[in-house]
Design a protein around this ligand. Structure first.
Ligand code: ATP
Length: 801
């Protein structure tokens, strides 16, 4: 099959990763892979001179001698930057490989997925909207023998794709009738296969939880908010930020949650009050009265009031200035939101989806619908493309009909929860519970610091303040508790904690077993009625000890919860822990910088060591070679890998060999021996002349600043923990006070399993834990490592599926 991939509509980070994945997966599955430059415009123009070169470039399978003789470097300006698919993909380590070259053998190209935007260009094509334009596009495709297309773009691009596919038989008939193609060609290309991937920074497509580029845009927005925060605070100013999102408030809402904003305006949920100005001013006035020195208001591009009248940033600014006398500035982030390097999520997601797109094309039949590849509940999905587009349009229709409840109901559950989370953590409006329902909640950080610990604490504290509970900070874990290092936290005291990495409470690895009796007496002395532990495997082990301690110590008969937060992502049964994505981003940043140096130095292999203990999650996300503790390694593997690297260097053009990355988890071992830091094995055994450098990305693995998705997740999970504590507390209170007995399910861990939140009692989790190696027994990400390496060309024992 000849598969072409194009990017269309507005560009978004991650589109290059789509192209890379489709081309590589296509070649690995024995297809010819093509790229179409400039979106549909490139399809329509074909080899037009106007584009000063062919618009359709081909990547073909070739044999070793052919690839070696292919000329490197592009001869066209338009494709100058196109660096495409690590050309050579080793099939089985024997020297057979698949190569990438241009239609006319002009260049071998390489797409780095660390580049933002789309290197093959995107466009909005008027011509493709017309039947004549689509006829021309079909003609160009058939001439090149292409009848399978992967389109990455927004809902417009995907609609165009569906129109094209529906019309295809008629277009072929017409081309034949006009004598432009032969009868054989018409018959051979009777059907078009199309798969859509959603590249859109707005996250506005229904039936997928995330669109490609949205996480990176959110990172850009939150970087801006974090930067603005310091100047706003210094001058006690208000800032109104306008962010993208014409029909979808995802970016504005998530930025509001993770940027710690005071007020947000989104299209799906306009302010309820007719005079929203009063509502906004009251909220902000309250914040100022408790001592807040800065105000951040976020306005989505498409924000409206309940009468559909647009709410504009300049007007919001005037209201804040005139009514509250605040020195207010407007910042419109504009296209900075689109740009820049993709975050880790926008590399992993498009890679998985690109591979799935190729599989969907290979399985397509004339009767199957065109699919859109999405992600739902952490699973890559195929949904009928037009159904997703129709559902997306239904949101806009509901907004236009002022049916905002309906518009919200079409968004995924996380969207609604984020909205509730924003209200709970931004407002000072009190909803105090009756005195007997109020709880003294101890909050503790455990184990190594991880991104999101502070954001989760901030959310819990603000929830407590709102409902009349007392949030107690326990500093430095159980050691701090034993030293009475505790104090009450306030709404304002945690205001700036959202973005901060590390642990504001302080954390260590001391377990309660250090002196369980003394810990129980401290629980009693401080009259703690609930415990929220935020941390990794230590927090899980501590919870287990405390739950088992209930046999002897009544003080532990209180609700106790563990919110997983660890860079290692090694807490059993949960697919994500707070901080693991932040550390993945820190690692990706470090690797990008190292790769730059590696490329500049030529002939150099960089071995990067990551943290992660006995869990290889953060190491598993992309390099030429990855070593994890789960898989281990032996000398045979190492020898084979060195042969692979050697071949890769041999295939590089003379004087142009690139540096390569080997990622190694800190506990990666060779046949039971610690892998040697100086990597002399890699160097000597293969007899290659490359130099090996060794870098430790581990030291900054926790990340300096928590990434927005970790912050938003921290808020959501933390509020769930508080609701759980309230439920369990009410259950306990319903028992006679002298015989109160907490049930085992009141000591539980909040887990994310297939994107649904599940509470797992600590005793139940033990069965799923590898206590010796401190990790879960069946990690969901086990296949990622092989996938990353397969795409990089490492000889694998497994196929793509
Ligand atoms: P973004 O979300 O960034 O705006 P998009 O894919 O929705 O991306 P559009 O400008 O709506 O962007 O569409 C991109 C291209 O898709 C259009 O320029 C046009 O070539 C094609 N297209 C859109 N709608 C149709 C349609 N109904 N029929 C044929 N082609 C279409």
């Amino acid at each position: 099959m000849k598969i072409a991939v194009l990017t269309s509509g507005g560009d978004s980070a991650g589109m290059n990763a789509v192209v890379r994945a489709v081309v590589k997966a296509g070649i690995l599955r024995g297809c010819e892979a093509w790229v179409v430059r400039e979106g549909y415009e490139g399809l329509v123009r074909g080899n037009s001179e106007a584009l000063s070169g062919p618009s359709v470039d081909q990547a073909v399978s070739v044999s070793l001698p052919e690839a070696a003789s292919a000329v490197h470097g592009s001869s066209f300006n338009l494709i100058h930057n196109l660096r495409f698919g690590d050309g050579e993909l080793l099939k089985d380590g024997t020297g057979d490989y698949l190569g990438t070259r241009s239609l006319k053998g002009r260049y071998i190209v390489r797409v780095g997925f660390d580049d933002g935007g789309t290197l093959i260009g995107t466009a909005r094509s008027k011509a493709f909207r017309t039947p004549e334009g689509r006829l021309q596009a079909a003609d160009n495709m058939i001439k090149e023998g292409i009848d399978a297309l992967v389109v990455c773009g927004g809902d417009g691009s995907l609609t165009g794709a569906d129109v094209f596919r529906a019309e295809w038989p008629k277009l072929v008939e017409r081309l034949h009738a006009e004598g432009r193609i032969s009868a054989e060609k018409a018959q051979a290309h009777a059907h078009l296969k199309i798969v859509g991937l959603v590249g859109s920074i707005d996250n506005d497509m229904s039936m997928t939880d995330l669109t490609i580029g949205a996480p990176t845009a959110l990172v850009r927005i939150c970087e801006a908010i974090d930067n603005i925060n310091s100047t706003a605070s210094s001058h006690s100013r208000a800032f109104v930020l306008e962010v993208m999102g014409r029909h979808c408030g995802w970016l504005a809402l998530l930025a509001g949650v993770s940027g710690g904003a005071d007020f947000v305006f989104i299209p799906e949920r306009p302010p309820t009050a007719e005079h929203w100005e009063d509502e906004m001013c009251d909220t902000i006035k309250q914040h100022r009265e408790v001592g807040k020195r800065k105000t951040i208001v976020i306005v989505a591009e498409g924000a409206i009031d309940c009468d559909l009248k647009p709410i504009k940033a300049d007007y919001v600014k005037d209201v804040l200035t005139d009514r509250l006398g605040l020195d207010t500035r407007v910042t419109t982030l504009g296209h900075t939101q689109r740009g820049g390097r993709p975050c880790a999520y926008d590399r992993v997601l498009p890679t998985l989806q690109g591979i799935e797109a190729v599989e969907a094309l290979l399985e397509a039949t004339p009767d199957s619908p065109s699919y859109m590849i999405g992600i739902q509940e952490n699973k890559i999905t195929r949904v009928p493309l037009m159904e997703a587009v129709a559902m997306t349009r239904a949101v806009s229709a509901a907004i236009e009909a002022k049916d905002f409840e309906k518009a919200m109901s079409y968004r995924d559950p996380e969207f609604k929860e984020s909205f509730e989370g924003f209200l709970s953590t931004s407002t000072l409006e009190q909803k105090k519970l009756p005195v007997e329902q109020r709880i003294k909640v101890a909050i503790m950080h455990m184990g190594a610091p991880a991104g999101g610990m502070n954001a989760a604490t901030r959310a819990a504290v603000r929830y407590c303040v709102r409902y009349g509970h007392t949030p107690i900070a326990v500093h430095n874990g159980f050691r701090g508790l034993l030293d009475d290092n505790i104090h009450e936290l306030s709404w304002l005291g945690v205001d700036s904690w959202m973005a901060r990495g590390g642990s504001e409470l302080g954390t260590n690895r001391t377990l309660p077993s250090v002196d369980l009796g003394a810990v129980a007496s401290k629980f009693q002395q401080h009259q703690l009625q609930a415990l929220l532990m935020i941390g990794g495997f230590e927090a899980f082990s501590s919870l287990l000890t405390l739950e088992e301690g209930r046999k002897y110590y009544p003080a532990f008969h209180i609700p106790m919860v563990h919110l997983p937060a660890t860079i290692s992502n090694n807490v059993p049964m949960t697919e994500w822990s707070l901080g693991s994505d932040t550390s993945l981003n820190a690692l990706v940043d470090a690797c990008d910088a190292i790769k730059q140096s590696a490329s500049a130095s030529r002939n150099r292999v960089f071995v990067v060591e990551t943290q992660g203990g006995q869990c290889g999650y953060i190491a598993s996300t992309g390099a030429s070679l990855v070593y994890t503790p789960e898989q281990g390694m032996d000398l045979d593997t190492l020898r084979r890998d060195v042969r692979f690297l050697k071949t890769r260097y041999t295939l590089d053009a003379k004087g142009k060999s690139e540096g390569r990355l080997v990622i190694k988890s800190e506990r990666g071992r060779i046949a039971g021996l610690q892998y040697r830091g100086d990597n002399q094995d890699v160097k000597r055994r293969g007899g290659i002349t490359v130099r090996c450098s060794f870098g430790i990305a581990g030291t900054h693995a926790p990340g300096r600043c928590t990434i927005p998705l970790d912050r938003a997740r921290a808020v959501r999970l933390s509020l769930k923990c508080m609701a759980f504590i309230e439920r369990q507390h009410a259950k306990l209170m319903s028992q006679p006070s002298k015989t109160r007995h907490a049930t085992p399910d009141s000591a539980a861990i909040i887990t994310i399993q297939s994107s649904s939140l599940k509470w797992v009692p600590v005793q139940e989790m033990v069965a799923h834990a590898d206590m010796q190696n401190r990790r879960g027994k069946n990690p969901w990400w086990a296949g990622l490592k092989e996938l990353a390496e397969t795409l990089a060309g490492r000889p694998q024992l497994i196929g793509l599926h």
